[in-house]
Design a protein around this ligand. Structure first.
Ligand SMILES: [Zn+2]
Ligand SMILES: [Zn+2]
Length: 452
């Protein structure tokens, strides 16, 4: 019987009306835990009032005891009034009672709301979700309590808290709750004495393409190999292996405009440090973490980045993107086609006729063929040693001087072009050097085009 159980509880503990309703939350629907708790106390009061009025002595005695439990232990006003009206004495305890289960957290929920209201004032968001991390003793104590009284229909502390706070925030923030990918995740961690709020802001993703117009800078921030970023003699206490990167030139403007904590640069593949990225550009997605601003003036940002980095880096085609597109970008990078321009030195001098003949052989050997490339010497320290098959699509050659040529090479993404030319001591075969029967060396390399 529910009524007996409630009286049994109040003979031993004080719990607030919210928590009382919560303990029977799965029973009865379409109401709040507070109303549920209040209805229970009122019904029990009414039932015992009826028994008292019945004038049967044995019933009356029990009824008075129950009404006293409700008046004194549950602090229930209607029960107090019934006793007053009937001229029955009871202890008037005016001091505020503290709920055994929630320490009156659920009666002071506005504290939790007001704190967040202040915190989100400077943040742009359209959806949110509330989460909570109560200290484990709160949960353990409640579990023991449920066991003691055999309460099987209770709603958990967390679930009640998240729902009640979420509902309040919904009405005062005028933003929608979103369960899967909220703009703001509001996490309360608390014990009975105090609480903390952490706001986790969903990353903002911006897609774009970049040109790298100079040689000698890596695509992404590159930590010093000796100290891994903490700063040492070797890197002149900067923590960096290279002082700037494409990422370092592009991301600060985005970080500033979105008021992000930091960012991560996702490129669709990468070119070597000494390779320019020209032509149609390389796609990238910038992940802005914890952004306080989500609506960016991308046209303005593009202008600032391009003006500040004139003749170094250029960005264009900016638009909003998503986490899913990052995965797609990384995946598709393997299957892109790339057009390179290579300036090549030859160890021995070659006449123009001879060069033209060699280009014909190059075309026959490579165009629409697959080559086998073993992991190059120069990257073998960071890449596993294996043989990769790569497709070469198109080759054009231009004679500049007897020991200087220019090639345009279209290949599958991930082909090592420098090794395709020099052969990498037989690790890439066939190679341009093999065909020319003299060592060739790639002096300059540019990426002209990337396409899917
Ligand atoms: Zn409570
Ligand atoms: Zn260092």
């Amino acid at each position: 019987m529910i009524f007996e159980k409630v009286l049994e509880i109040y003979q031993k503990y004080y719990i607030c009306v919210h928590c009382l309703g919560r303990m029977f939350s799965l029973l009865g629907t379409c109401t709040t835990n507070y109303e549920r708790g209040n209805s229970l106390l009122l019904s029990i009061t009414m039932e015992n009032h009826r028994k008292y009025l019945s004038r049967k002595e044995d019933l009356q005695k029990k009824a008075i005891a129950n009404l006293k439990t409700l008046a004194e232990n549950a602090h229930f006003n209607p029960a107090q009034q019934v006793l007053n009206n009937e001229g029955l004495e009871h202890v008037k305890n005016e001091s505020n009672k503290i709920c055994f289960l929630c320490n009156n957290i659920f009666s002071n929920i506005e504290n939790y709301i007001n704190n967040v209201k202040l915190k989100v004032e400077e943040i742009e968001f359209s959806s949110f979700l509330v989460g909570s991390k109560p200290q484990s003793y709160i949960i353990n104590q409640e579990d023991n309590f449920k066991t003691e009284f055999g309460l099987l229909e209770a709603e958990s502390f967390k679930s009640h808290f998240n729902r009640v706070v979420g509902k309040e925030l919904l009405s005062c923030l005028k933003r929608i709750p979103e369960f899967n990918h909220p703009d703001v995740l509001i996490i309360y961690s608390f014990d009975f004495e105090s609480f903390d709020v952490e706001l986790i802001l969903k990353s903002l993703f911006i897609y774009g393409k970049y040109n790298k117009l100079i040689r000698g800078i890596p695509q992404t921030h590159w930590f010093c190999g000796k100290c891994r970023g903490t700063g040492c003699k070797f890197c002149n206490y900067t923590g960096k292996q290279y002082q700037i990167s494409v990422e370092d030139l592009i991301s600060p403007v985005f970080n500033k405009e979105s008021k992000s904590s930091d960012s991560k640069f996702h490129g669709a593949g990468r070119e070597d440090i000494d390779v320019k990225m020209l032509g149609t550009g390389r796609p990238f997605i910038l992940e802005l973490r914890n952004p306080k601003i989500r609506t960016l003036d991308l046209v303005k940002i593009e202008k600032i980045v391009n003006k500040t980095n004139k003749n170094k880096v250029r960005i264009f085609d900016l638009r909003y993107s998503s986490k899913n597109e990052v995965i797609k970008l990384k995946y598709e990078a393997k299957n892109t086609r790339k057009v390179y321009r290579a300036i090549v030195n030859s160890e021995s001098k070659i006449k123009k006729d001879e060069f033209d003949n060699k280009v014909i052989i190059l075309k026959k050997t490579f165009e629409y063929q697959e080559i086998r490339q073993r992991t190059p010497h120069r990257v073998s320290h960071r890449r596993s040693d294996k043989v990769r098959e790569k497709s070469i699509y198109r080759i054009e050659g231009k004679f500049v001087k007897p020991n200087l040529f220019e090639f345009k090479i279209e290949t599958q993404g991930g082909t090592y072009i420098k090794e395709l030319i020099n052969g990498d001591e037989g690790r890439t075969s066939p190679s341009f050097s093999e065909i020319f029967k003299t060592p060739l060396k790639c002096k300059e390399l540019d990426v002209l085009e990337i396409s899917v």
